[in-house]
Every structure is written in C-alpha cells, then in structure tokens.
Ligand binder design. Structure first.
Ligand SMILES: [Zn+2]
Length: 102
C-alpha cells in the first residue's frame, strides 16, 4: 500500500484505480487474506474501490546436475530426470508490478 501511495503522490493523482501484484506460489501469501487486507487497508483512502490484480508466479527450479528447468509441483525438489537437486528460480516473489492512477 505504501508503494502505491508513493506513486500516487509523485504523479499528483488523487485516485488509485488498480494495483498489480506479483505473488509467487511459494511466497506464503494467501490470496484470500491478501484481498481482504487490501479491502480493509484501502477503505476511506484514495485507493478505496481500487482493483487488485494478482499475477501468480509459478514455482520453477533448475537442476544442479542436468541444468534443466522444471515447474515444481507438490514441493518436490528433486529432478524428475536425473534425481539431482532442484534449485529454486522463482515463486517467492511478492512485488508491486504496477499502480494505475487517475
Ligand atoms: Zn536433473
């Protein structure tokens, strides 16, 4: 929210129309509680009624032996092809991707 209001102030705008978030599947963020927190936090602010657009980032990892990249399912961090260990590449993100202001 702080980031969103900073953008708004810098642009001399008074309303936030939508906020885009990048949320990794492994970031530990529950989308439901995130959406709820957003509604509560924005009430009575210039972001009241703003749309929250969430872009989920899948968990991907690269094998330390065959160097192939895989999508990780069920938190299995062993390579399906060579039993090497998978090293996390993405999925832990929690970023503000864009803020759309008026
Ligand atoms: Zn491998």
């Amino acid at each position: 929210m702080k980031i969103a209001f900073d953008v708004m102030n810098k642009n001399n705008c008074s309303t936030i129309r939508s906020i885009g978030l990048k949320v990794g599947e492994m970031s530990g963020v529950e989308l439901e509680s995130l959406t709820m927190a957003f509604t509560v936090l924005t009430r009575g602010t210039p972001a009241d009624g703003a749309q929250l657009k969430i872009n989920r980032v899948p968990i991907t990892a690269v094998c330390n032996q065959c160097h192939k990249t895989f999508r990780v399912d069920r938190y299995n961090f062993f390579c399906p092809e060579c039993d090497g260990v998978l090293i996390l590449q993405s999925g832990r993100e929690l970023l503000v991707e864009f803020v759309d202001v008026d």
